[in-house]
Design a protein around this ligand. Structure first.
Ligand code: BES
Ligand code: ZN
Ligand code: ZN
Length: 489
Protein backbone atom coordinates (compact mmCIF):
# COMPACT_ATOMS: atom_id res chain seq x y z
CA UNK A 1 0.00 0.00 0.00
CA UNK A 2 1.27 3.44 -0.92
CA UNK A 3 -0.19 6.60 0.60
CA UNK A 4 0.39 10.30 0.80
CA UNK A 5 0.73 11.25 4.42
CA UNK A 6 1.29 14.35 6.43
CA UNK A 7 2.98 13.64 9.77
CA UNK A 8 4.97 15.25 12.55
CA UNK A 9 8.42 13.67 12.28
CA UNK A 10 9.08 14.34 15.94
CA UNK A 11 6.08 12.31 17.04
CA UNK A 12 5.30 9.75 14.37
CA UNK A 13 6.74 6.30 14.99
CA UNK A 14 8.01 4.48 11.94
CA UNK A 15 10.53 1.89 10.88
CA UNK A 16 12.41 4.06 8.40
CA UNK A 17 12.51 7.55 7.05
CA UNK A 18 14.11 8.09 3.65
CA UNK A 19 15.46 11.49 2.64
CA UNK A 20 16.78 12.17 -0.87
CA UNK A 21 19.72 14.57 -0.69
CA UNK A 22 21.07 16.90 -3.31
CA UNK A 23 24.87 17.12 -3.39
CA UNK A 24 25.54 20.82 -3.73
CA UNK A 25 22.41 22.62 -2.55
CA UNK A 26 19.85 22.33 0.21
CA UNK A 27 16.41 22.10 -1.32
CA UNK A 28 14.30 21.17 1.71
CA UNK A 29 12.32 23.64 3.82
CA UNK A 30 11.48 21.41 6.78
CA UNK A 31 13.81 22.25 9.71
CA UNK A 32 14.12 18.68 10.98
CA UNK A 33 14.98 17.36 7.54
CA UNK A 34 17.54 20.13 7.04
CA UNK A 35 19.20 19.25 10.35
CA UNK A 36 19.32 15.56 9.40
CA UNK A 37 20.94 16.38 6.07
CA UNK A 38 23.49 18.58 7.82
CA UNK A 39 24.32 15.76 10.16
CA UNK A 40 24.80 13.35 7.27
CA UNK A 41 27.01 15.73 5.34
CA UNK A 42 29.39 15.87 8.30
CA UNK A 43 30.19 12.25 7.59
CA UNK A 44 33.21 12.02 5.34
CA UNK A 45 31.95 9.34 2.98
CA UNK A 46 28.56 10.99 2.38
CA UNK A 47 28.32 13.96 0.06
CA UNK A 48 24.91 13.46 -1.47
CA UNK A 49 26.54 12.24 -4.66
CA UNK A 50 24.52 9.88 -6.82
CA UNK A 51 24.18 6.54 -5.00
CA UNK A 52 25.85 7.79 -1.77
CA UNK A 53 24.03 6.55 1.28
CA UNK A 54 24.16 6.87 5.03
CA UNK A 55 21.94 5.34 7.71
CA UNK A 56 21.40 6.70 11.24
CA UNK A 57 19.72 4.66 13.94
CA UNK A 58 17.64 5.90 16.87
CA UNK A 59 18.29 9.61 16.48
CA UNK A 60 16.83 11.96 19.07
CA UNK A 61 15.42 14.39 16.45
CA UNK A 62 12.84 11.97 15.05
CA UNK A 63 10.80 8.97 16.07
CA UNK A 64 11.91 6.90 13.06
CA UNK A 65 13.98 3.87 14.02
CA UNK A 66 16.31 4.60 11.14
CA UNK A 67 16.91 7.52 8.84
CA UNK A 68 18.29 6.68 5.42
CA UNK A 69 19.77 9.52 3.39
CA UNK A 70 20.31 8.82 -0.26
CA UNK A 71 22.31 10.98 -2.65
CA UNK A 72 20.74 12.40 -5.80
CA UNK A 73 23.89 13.97 -7.21
CA UNK A 74 24.48 17.51 -8.40
CA UNK A 75 21.52 19.92 -8.48
CA UNK A 76 22.00 20.74 -12.16
CA UNK A 77 21.70 17.09 -13.17
CA UNK A 78 18.62 16.16 -11.16
CA UNK A 79 15.65 15.37 -13.35
CA UNK A 80 12.38 13.48 -12.99
CA UNK A 81 14.07 10.16 -13.70
CA UNK A 82 16.64 10.79 -10.93
CA UNK A 83 13.76 10.97 -8.46
CA UNK A 84 11.87 8.01 -9.92
CA UNK A 85 15.07 5.96 -9.65
CA UNK A 86 15.84 7.21 -6.13
CA UNK A 87 12.40 6.17 -4.86
CA UNK A 88 12.74 2.79 -6.58
CA UNK A 89 16.20 2.15 -5.22
CA UNK A 90 15.20 3.11 -1.71
CA UNK A 91 12.28 0.69 -1.77
CA UNK A 92 14.42 -2.10 -3.21
CA UNK A 93 17.02 -1.64 -0.49
CA UNK A 94 14.40 -1.72 2.22
CA UNK A 95 13.06 -4.97 0.75
CA UNK A 96 16.56 -6.43 0.94
CA UNK A 97 16.76 -5.32 4.58
CA UNK A 98 13.43 -7.10 5.18
CA UNK A 99 11.70 -3.97 6.43
CA UNK A 100 7.97 -3.46 6.18
CA UNK A 101 7.18 0.24 6.36
CA UNK A 102 8.76 3.50 5.30
CA UNK A 103 8.12 7.20 4.98
CA UNK A 104 9.79 8.90 2.02
CA UNK A 105 10.41 12.65 2.02
CA UNK A 106 9.78 14.58 -1.21
CA UNK A 107 12.01 17.51 -2.19
CA UNK A 108 9.88 20.66 -2.63
CA UNK A 109 9.07 20.77 -6.34
CA UNK A 110 9.63 24.50 -6.84
CA UNK A 111 13.08 24.30 -5.32
CA UNK A 112 14.17 21.83 -7.95
CA UNK A 113 12.31 23.58 -10.78
CA UNK A 114 9.70 20.89 -11.28
CA UNK A 115 5.93 20.61 -11.24
CA UNK A 116 4.67 18.90 -8.08
CA UNK A 117 2.42 16.61 -10.13
CA UNK A 118 5.23 15.24 -12.27
CA UNK A 119 7.63 15.01 -9.35
CA UNK A 120 5.12 13.16 -7.20
CA UNK A 121 4.01 10.92 -10.07
CA UNK A 122 7.60 9.90 -10.76
CA UNK A 123 8.40 9.11 -7.13
CA UNK A 124 5.19 7.12 -6.76
CA UNK A 125 6.05 5.19 -9.91
CA UNK A 126 9.56 4.43 -8.68
CA UNK A 127 8.18 3.15 -5.38
CA UNK A 128 5.36 1.05 -6.88
CA UNK A 129 7.53 -0.49 -9.56
CA UNK A 130 10.53 -0.97 -7.26
CA UNK A 131 8.28 -2.81 -4.82
CA UNK A 132 7.49 -5.56 -7.33
CA UNK A 133 9.10 -8.96 -6.76
CA UNK A 134 8.66 -11.82 -9.24
CA UNK A 135 9.34 -14.95 -7.21
CA UNK A 136 6.43 -17.16 -8.26
CA UNK A 137 8.84 -19.88 -9.32
CA UNK A 138 11.00 -19.85 -6.18
CA UNK A 139 10.29 -22.20 -3.34
CA UNK A 140 12.00 -19.96 -0.86
CA UNK A 141 10.63 -16.41 -1.01
CA UNK A 142 13.60 -14.29 0.02
CA UNK A 143 12.18 -10.87 -0.67
CA UNK A 144 8.78 -9.64 0.45
CA UNK A 145 7.44 -6.36 -0.91
CA UNK A 146 7.13 -3.53 1.60
CA UNK A 147 3.67 -3.44 3.13
CA UNK A 148 3.37 0.25 3.79
CA UNK A 149 5.06 3.01 1.84
CA UNK A 150 4.12 6.59 2.72
CA UNK A 151 5.17 9.78 1.01
CA UNK A 152 5.53 12.83 3.22
CA UNK A 153 3.37 15.69 1.96
CA UNK A 154 1.84 18.87 3.40
CA UNK A 155 -1.55 18.54 5.16
CA UNK A 156 -3.57 19.97 2.25
CA UNK A 157 -1.77 17.80 -0.30
CA UNK A 158 -3.06 14.38 0.75
CA UNK A 159 -6.47 15.13 -0.76
CA UNK A 160 -5.20 17.36 -3.53
CA UNK A 161 -3.11 14.59 -5.04
CA UNK A 162 -5.22 11.57 -4.14
CA UNK A 163 -6.58 11.17 -7.69
CA UNK A 164 -3.13 11.42 -9.18
CA UNK A 165 -1.89 8.86 -6.71
CA UNK A 166 -4.61 6.36 -7.54
CA UNK A 167 -4.07 6.86 -11.30
CA UNK A 168 -0.37 6.12 -10.90
CA UNK A 169 -1.17 3.05 -8.85
CA UNK A 170 -3.45 1.68 -11.58
CA UNK A 171 -0.91 2.34 -14.32
CA UNK A 172 1.87 0.70 -12.30
CA UNK A 173 -0.34 -2.33 -11.69
CA UNK A 174 -0.67 -2.54 -15.48
CA UNK A 175 3.11 -2.37 -15.89
CA UNK A 176 3.56 -5.10 -13.28
CA UNK A 177 0.95 -7.27 -14.99
CA UNK A 178 2.88 -6.97 -18.27
CA UNK A 179 6.17 -7.69 -16.47
CA UNK A 180 4.77 -10.88 -14.96
CA UNK A 181 3.39 -12.14 -18.26
CA UNK A 182 6.76 -11.55 -19.93
CA UNK A 183 8.79 -13.14 -17.11
CA UNK A 184 6.54 -16.22 -17.08
CA UNK A 185 8.34 -19.07 -18.84
CA UNK A 186 7.03 -20.19 -22.22
CA UNK A 187 5.88 -23.58 -20.91
CA UNK A 188 3.37 -21.73 -18.75
CA UNK A 189 2.07 -19.32 -21.38
CA UNK A 190 1.48 -21.29 -24.54
CA UNK A 191 -1.04 -19.48 -26.77
CA UNK A 192 -4.21 -21.07 -25.31
CA UNK A 193 -3.00 -20.40 -21.80
CA UNK A 194 -1.72 -16.86 -22.38
CA UNK A 195 -4.95 -15.85 -24.12
CA UNK A 196 -7.05 -17.34 -21.33
CA UNK A 197 -5.10 -15.32 -18.80
CA UNK A 198 -5.67 -12.11 -20.79
CA UNK A 199 -9.36 -12.88 -21.31
CA UNK A 200 -10.11 -13.54 -17.66
CA UNK A 201 -8.49 -10.31 -16.48
CA UNK A 202 -10.06 -8.28 -19.31
CA UNK A 203 -13.55 -9.58 -18.53
CA UNK A 204 -13.16 -8.49 -14.91
CA UNK A 205 -12.70 -4.93 -16.13
CA UNK A 206 -15.72 -5.14 -18.45
CA UNK A 207 -13.76 -4.95 -21.65
CA UNK A 208 -15.51 -6.44 -24.66
CA UNK A 209 -13.60 -9.62 -25.43
CA UNK A 210 -13.52 -11.59 -28.68
CA UNK A 211 -11.29 -14.60 -29.22
CA UNK A 212 -10.69 -16.08 -32.64
CA UNK A 213 -9.51 -19.68 -32.38
CA UNK A 214 -7.77 -21.87 -34.95
CA UNK A 215 -10.96 -22.68 -36.85
CA UNK A 216 -12.04 -19.05 -37.24
CA UNK A 217 -8.54 -17.90 -38.12
CA UNK A 218 -8.43 -20.50 -40.89
CA UNK A 219 -11.97 -19.71 -42.02
CA UNK A 220 -11.37 -15.97 -42.13
CA UNK A 221 -8.11 -16.54 -44.04
CA UNK A 222 -5.52 -15.25 -41.60
CA UNK A 223 -2.90 -16.98 -43.75
CA UNK A 224 0.14 -15.30 -42.21
CA UNK A 225 -0.83 -16.09 -38.62
CA UNK A 226 -1.62 -19.69 -39.57
CA UNK A 227 1.74 -20.08 -41.32
CA UNK A 228 3.67 -19.00 -38.23
CA UNK A 229 1.58 -21.19 -35.92
CA UNK A 230 1.89 -24.26 -38.16
CA UNK A 231 4.93 -25.74 -36.42
CA UNK A 232 3.50 -25.67 -32.91
CA UNK A 233 1.31 -28.20 -31.11
CA UNK A 234 -0.31 -25.22 -29.45
CA UNK A 235 -3.06 -23.56 -31.47
CA UNK A 236 -3.01 -19.86 -32.37
CA UNK A 237 -5.41 -17.27 -31.04
CA UNK A 238 -6.34 -13.74 -31.85
CA UNK A 239 -7.61 -11.90 -28.82
CA UNK A 240 -9.48 -8.64 -29.33
CA UNK A 241 -10.13 -6.33 -26.39
CA UNK A 242 -12.40 -3.31 -26.73
CA UNK A 243 -12.80 -0.42 -24.37
CA UNK A 244 -15.98 1.26 -25.63
CA UNK A 245 -16.92 4.26 -23.50
CA UNK A 246 -20.16 6.07 -24.29
CA UNK A 247 -20.06 9.08 -26.62
CA UNK A 248 -16.62 8.37 -28.01
CA UNK A 249 -15.88 8.90 -31.66
CA UNK A 250 -13.40 6.89 -33.69
CA UNK A 251 -11.17 4.18 -32.30
CA UNK A 252 -7.48 3.94 -31.63
CA UNK A 253 -6.28 0.43 -32.41
CA UNK A 254 -3.25 -1.03 -30.63
CA UNK A 255 -1.68 -4.20 -32.01
CA UNK A 256 0.82 -6.26 -29.97
CA UNK A 257 3.10 -9.08 -31.12
CA UNK A 258 2.32 -12.19 -29.09
CA UNK A 259 4.88 -14.88 -29.90
CA UNK A 260 4.95 -16.92 -26.69
CA UNK A 261 8.22 -18.52 -27.75
CA UNK A 262 10.33 -17.74 -30.80
CA UNK A 263 12.56 -20.67 -31.70
CA UNK A 264 13.10 -19.13 -35.14
CA UNK A 265 11.25 -22.04 -36.77
CA UNK A 266 13.11 -23.99 -39.48
CA UNK A 267 15.57 -21.06 -39.55
CA UNK A 268 16.31 -22.14 -36.01
CA UNK A 269 18.00 -19.58 -33.81
CA UNK A 270 21.46 -20.25 -32.36
CA UNK A 271 21.77 -21.27 -28.69
CA UNK A 272 22.57 -17.70 -27.72
CA UNK A 273 19.67 -16.40 -29.79
CA UNK A 274 17.23 -18.78 -28.13
CA UNK A 275 17.76 -17.53 -24.61
CA UNK A 276 15.10 -15.15 -23.42
CA UNK A 277 12.82 -15.80 -26.41
CA UNK A 278 9.97 -16.08 -23.94
CA UNK A 279 10.04 -12.28 -24.16
CA UNK A 280 8.63 -12.33 -27.68
CA UNK A 281 5.06 -11.70 -26.52
CA UNK A 282 6.01 -8.44 -24.78
CA UNK A 283 4.12 -6.31 -27.29
CA UNK A 284 0.92 -8.26 -26.65
CA UNK A 285 1.54 -8.12 -22.90
CA UNK A 286 1.91 -4.34 -22.94
CA UNK A 287 -1.09 -3.77 -25.20
CA UNK A 288 -3.33 -6.10 -23.14
CA UNK A 289 -2.19 -4.47 -19.90
CA UNK A 290 -2.80 -1.03 -21.42
CA UNK A 291 -6.39 -1.96 -22.31
CA UNK A 292 -7.04 -3.35 -18.86
CA UNK A 293 -5.57 -0.15 -17.40
CA UNK A 294 -7.62 2.11 -19.70
CA UNK A 295 -10.76 0.30 -18.57
CA UNK A 296 -9.86 0.67 -14.89
CA UNK A 297 -9.15 4.36 -15.41
CA UNK A 298 -12.47 4.76 -17.24
CA UNK A 299 -10.69 6.43 -20.13
CA UNK A 300 -13.01 8.55 -22.26
CA UNK A 301 -11.51 7.27 -25.50
CA UNK A 302 -12.35 4.21 -27.52
CA UNK A 303 -9.39 1.83 -27.64
CA UNK A 304 -9.16 -1.58 -29.26
CA UNK A 305 -6.34 -4.04 -28.61
CA UNK A 306 -5.59 -6.75 -31.17
CA UNK A 307 -3.30 -9.53 -30.06
CA UNK A 308 -2.18 -12.25 -32.46
CA UNK A 309 -0.84 -15.01 -30.21
CA UNK A 310 1.25 -17.91 -31.56
CA UNK A 311 4.25 -20.07 -30.77
CA UNK A 312 7.01 -20.20 -33.42
CA UNK A 313 8.26 -23.78 -33.35
CA UNK A 314 10.01 -26.38 -35.48
CA UNK A 315 8.24 -29.57 -36.57
CA UNK A 316 7.18 -31.60 -39.58
CA UNK A 317 4.30 -29.19 -40.01
CA UNK A 318 6.32 -26.02 -39.68
CA UNK A 319 6.42 -23.52 -42.53
CA UNK A 320 9.51 -23.78 -44.69
CA UNK A 321 11.78 -21.07 -46.05
CA UNK A 322 10.54 -20.44 -49.58
CA UNK A 323 6.91 -21.17 -48.76
CA UNK A 324 4.45 -18.64 -50.12
CA UNK A 325 1.43 -17.70 -48.07
CA UNK A 326 -1.57 -15.45 -48.61
CA UNK A 327 -2.10 -12.81 -45.94
CA UNK A 328 -5.50 -11.67 -44.62
CA UNK A 329 -5.21 -8.60 -46.85
CA UNK A 330 -4.80 -10.80 -49.94
CA UNK A 331 -1.15 -10.00 -50.69
CA UNK A 332 1.12 -13.02 -51.03
CA UNK A 333 4.34 -13.27 -49.04
CA UNK A 334 7.34 -15.50 -49.61
CA UNK A 335 8.73 -16.66 -46.29
CA UNK A 336 12.39 -15.87 -46.87
CA UNK A 337 13.11 -16.57 -43.23
CA UNK A 338 10.87 -18.33 -40.70
CA UNK A 339 12.52 -16.30 -37.92
CA UNK A 340 10.99 -13.11 -39.32
CA UNK A 341 7.64 -14.35 -37.96
CA UNK A 342 6.66 -11.25 -35.99
CA UNK A 343 5.98 -9.17 -39.09
CA UNK A 344 3.81 -12.00 -40.48
CA UNK A 345 1.44 -12.18 -37.55
CA UNK A 346 1.40 -8.38 -37.32
CA UNK A 347 0.30 -7.81 -40.93
CA UNK A 348 -2.75 -10.02 -40.46
CA UNK A 349 -3.66 -8.29 -37.19
CA UNK A 350 -3.08 -4.82 -38.70
CA UNK A 351 -5.17 -5.57 -41.81
CA UNK A 352 -7.98 -6.94 -39.66
CA UNK A 353 -7.84 -3.93 -37.32
CA UNK A 354 -8.05 -1.49 -40.23
CA UNK A 355 -10.87 -3.34 -42.00
CA UNK A 356 -12.98 -3.89 -38.91
CA UNK A 357 -12.45 -0.70 -36.87
CA UNK A 358 -11.36 1.92 -39.43
CA UNK A 359 -9.21 3.48 -36.73
CA UNK A 360 -8.22 7.11 -36.42
CA UNK A 361 -4.76 5.88 -35.41
CA UNK A 362 -3.16 2.44 -35.28
CA UNK A 363 -0.04 1.70 -33.28
CA UNK A 364 1.73 -1.63 -33.17
CA UNK A 365 4.20 -2.63 -30.50
CA UNK A 366 6.53 -5.57 -31.03
CA UNK A 367 9.83 -7.18 -30.10
CA UNK A 368 10.43 -7.22 -33.81
CA UNK A 369 14.14 -7.14 -34.63
CA UNK A 370 17.55 -7.80 -33.16
CA UNK A 371 18.68 -5.07 -35.56
CA UNK A 372 16.79 -2.47 -33.53
CA UNK A 373 18.86 -3.44 -30.46
CA UNK A 374 22.02 -3.10 -32.54
CA UNK A 375 20.89 0.39 -33.61
CA UNK A 376 19.62 1.82 -30.32
CA UNK A 377 20.88 -0.46 -27.56
CA UNK A 378 18.84 -2.24 -24.93
CA UNK A 379 17.07 0.72 -23.36
CA UNK A 380 15.53 2.61 -26.25
CA UNK A 381 12.69 1.59 -28.55
CA UNK A 382 12.72 2.27 -32.28
CA UNK A 383 9.79 4.35 -33.49
CA UNK A 384 8.53 4.54 -37.05
CA UNK A 385 5.78 6.65 -38.54
CA UNK A 386 5.03 8.63 -41.70
CA UNK A 387 3.08 11.04 -39.48
CA UNK A 388 5.37 13.63 -37.85
CA UNK A 389 2.85 14.62 -35.18
CA UNK A 390 2.25 11.00 -34.12
CA UNK A 391 5.99 10.29 -33.98
CA UNK A 392 6.51 13.47 -31.95
CA UNK A 393 3.72 12.57 -29.51
CA UNK A 394 5.23 9.12 -28.96
CA UNK A 395 8.69 10.56 -28.37
CA UNK A 396 7.32 13.11 -25.87
CA UNK A 397 5.41 10.43 -23.96
CA UNK A 398 8.65 8.45 -23.96
CA UNK A 399 10.52 11.35 -22.39
CA UNK A 400 7.86 11.86 -19.76
CA UNK A 401 7.67 8.21 -18.73
CA UNK A 402 11.34 7.45 -19.38
CA UNK A 403 10.20 4.70 -21.73
CA UNK A 404 12.42 6.23 -24.34
CA UNK A 405 11.63 6.11 -28.05
CA UNK A 406 13.80 7.21 -30.94
CA UNK A 407 12.48 7.80 -34.43
CA UNK A 408 14.07 5.94 -37.33
CA UNK A 409 13.40 6.63 -41.01
CA UNK A 410 11.46 4.56 -43.55
CA UNK A 411 13.06 5.51 -46.90
CA UNK A 412 10.91 4.57 -49.89
CA UNK A 413 13.88 3.18 -51.84
CA UNK A 414 14.57 0.50 -49.20
CA UNK A 415 11.28 -1.13 -50.22
CA UNK A 416 13.27 -2.63 -53.09
CA UNK A 417 14.94 -4.87 -50.54
CA UNK A 418 11.66 -6.67 -49.80
CA UNK A 419 10.93 -7.78 -53.35
CA UNK A 420 10.30 -11.41 -54.13
CA UNK A 421 10.67 -13.10 -57.50
CA UNK A 422 7.54 -15.15 -56.91
CA UNK A 423 5.28 -13.40 -54.40
CA UNK A 424 4.12 -9.83 -53.79
CA UNK A 425 6.67 -9.44 -50.98
CA UNK A 426 9.43 -11.28 -49.16
CA UNK A 427 9.40 -11.22 -45.35
CA UNK A 428 13.20 -11.12 -45.40
CA UNK A 429 15.29 -8.25 -46.65
CA UNK A 430 17.89 -8.96 -49.33
CA UNK A 431 20.55 -7.21 -47.23
CA UNK A 432 21.54 -7.79 -43.63
CA UNK A 433 21.78 -4.07 -42.93
CA UNK A 434 19.04 -1.81 -41.59
CA UNK A 435 16.90 -4.71 -40.38
CA UNK A 436 14.71 -2.63 -38.06
CA UNK A 437 13.88 -0.32 -40.96
CA UNK A 438 13.10 -3.04 -43.50
CA UNK A 439 10.86 -4.75 -40.93
CA UNK A 440 8.94 -1.48 -40.44
CA UNK A 441 8.70 -1.00 -44.22
CA UNK A 442 7.29 -4.50 -44.54
CA UNK A 443 4.52 -3.60 -42.08
CA UNK A 444 3.91 -0.30 -43.89
CA UNK A 445 2.77 -2.24 -46.97
CA UNK A 446 -0.35 -3.20 -45.04
CA UNK A 447 -1.42 0.01 -43.31
CA UNK A 448 -3.10 1.64 -46.34
CA UNK A 449 -3.81 5.30 -45.53
CA UNK A 450 -4.28 4.77 -41.81
CA UNK A 451 -2.33 7.04 -39.46
CA UNK A 452 0.12 4.47 -38.12
CA UNK A 453 3.16 4.04 -35.92
CA UNK A 454 5.32 1.02 -35.18
CA UNK A 455 7.30 0.74 -31.94
CA UNK A 456 10.07 -1.88 -31.90
CA UNK A 457 10.66 -2.80 -28.25
CA UNK A 458 13.07 -5.72 -28.81
CA UNK A 459 15.67 -3.99 -26.58
CA UNK A 460 13.77 -2.45 -23.66
CA UNK A 461 11.08 -5.14 -23.19
CA UNK A 462 13.42 -7.27 -21.14
CA UNK A 463 16.24 -6.62 -18.68
CA UNK A 464 19.03 -9.08 -18.07
CA UNK A 465 19.95 -7.33 -14.82
CA UNK A 466 17.91 -5.48 -12.24
CA UNK A 467 17.94 -1.68 -12.21
CA UNK A 468 16.63 0.99 -9.85
CA UNK A 469 12.91 0.25 -10.20
CA UNK A 470 12.83 -2.94 -12.20
CA UNK A 471 13.99 -6.47 -11.48
CA UNK A 472 15.60 -8.80 -14.02
CA UNK A 473 13.10 -10.07 -16.60
CA UNK A 474 10.11 -8.39 -18.24
CA UNK A 475 10.14 -4.61 -17.81
CA UNK A 476 6.53 -3.85 -18.76
CA UNK A 477 7.93 -1.29 -21.21
CA UNK A 478 5.13 0.33 -23.18
CA UNK A 479 2.32 0.37 -20.64
CA UNK A 480 3.21 3.72 -19.08
CA UNK A 481 4.11 5.05 -22.53
CA UNK A 482 0.80 4.03 -24.13
CA UNK A 483 -1.29 5.17 -21.15
CA UNK A 484 0.26 8.61 -21.43
CA UNK A 485 -0.07 8.65 -25.19
CA UNK A 486 -3.72 7.57 -25.37
CA UNK A 487 -4.86 10.84 -23.83
CA UNK A 488 -3.19 12.74 -26.68
CA UNK A 489 -4.45 10.77 -29.68
N1 BES B 1 11.90 -12.00 -31.87
C1 BES B 1 12.93 -11.69 -32.77
C2 BES B 1 13.57 -10.33 -32.50
C3 BES B 1 14.33 -10.21 -31.20
C4 BES B 1 15.67 -10.50 -31.13
C5 BES B 1 13.69 -9.74 -30.07
C6 BES B 1 16.35 -10.37 -29.94
C7 BES B 1 14.38 -9.60 -28.88
C8 BES B 1 15.70 -9.91 -28.81
C9 BES B 1 12.40 -11.68 -34.20
O1 BES B 1 11.34 -12.52 -34.47
C10 BES B 1 13.53 -12.12 -35.07
O2 BES B 1 13.98 -13.21 -34.91
N2 BES B 1 13.93 -11.25 -35.97
C11 BES B 1 15.01 -11.55 -36.85
C12 BES B 1 14.63 -11.02 -38.21
C13 BES B 1 15.51 -11.51 -39.33
C14 BES B 1 15.37 -13.00 -39.52
C15 BES B 1 15.11 -10.80 -40.59
C16 BES B 1 16.25 -10.85 -36.33
O3 BES B 1 16.15 -9.77 -35.75
O4 BES B 1 17.33 -11.40 -36.49
ZN1 ZN C 1 11.94 -14.53 -34.97
ZN1 ZN D 1 10.12 -12.95 -32.83
Amino acid sequence: MIHLKSVDLKKEKMESLVIPVCEDKNVFEDKIIISLIRKAKKIKEFKGGKDDEVIFYNLSEVQAERVILIGLGKFEKIDIETLRAAAGKAVKELIKKKLSNVLIAIPPAKKINMEMTSLLAAMLEGAYLGNHVFDKYKKEKKHTPIKKINFLVKPDETRKYSRLSSRIKTICQGTILAREWVSTPSNDKRPEHFSRSIVSLARKENLKVTVLGEKELKQKKFGAIMAVAAGSQSKPRMVILEHNPKRSKGAVVLVGKGVTFDSGGINLKSSAGLTEMKLDMSGAASVAATLITAAKLKSKFRVVGILPIVENMVSGNASRPGDIIKSYDGKTVEIGNTDAEGRLILIDAISYGIKKYKPRTLIDMATLTGACIVALGEKIAGTFSFDDKLAEDIILSGQKTHERCWRLPMPEEYKELLKSDFADLNNMSSTRYGGAITAALFLSEFVKDTRWAHIDIAGPAYAKKESSYCGAGGTGFGVRLLCDLLDKL
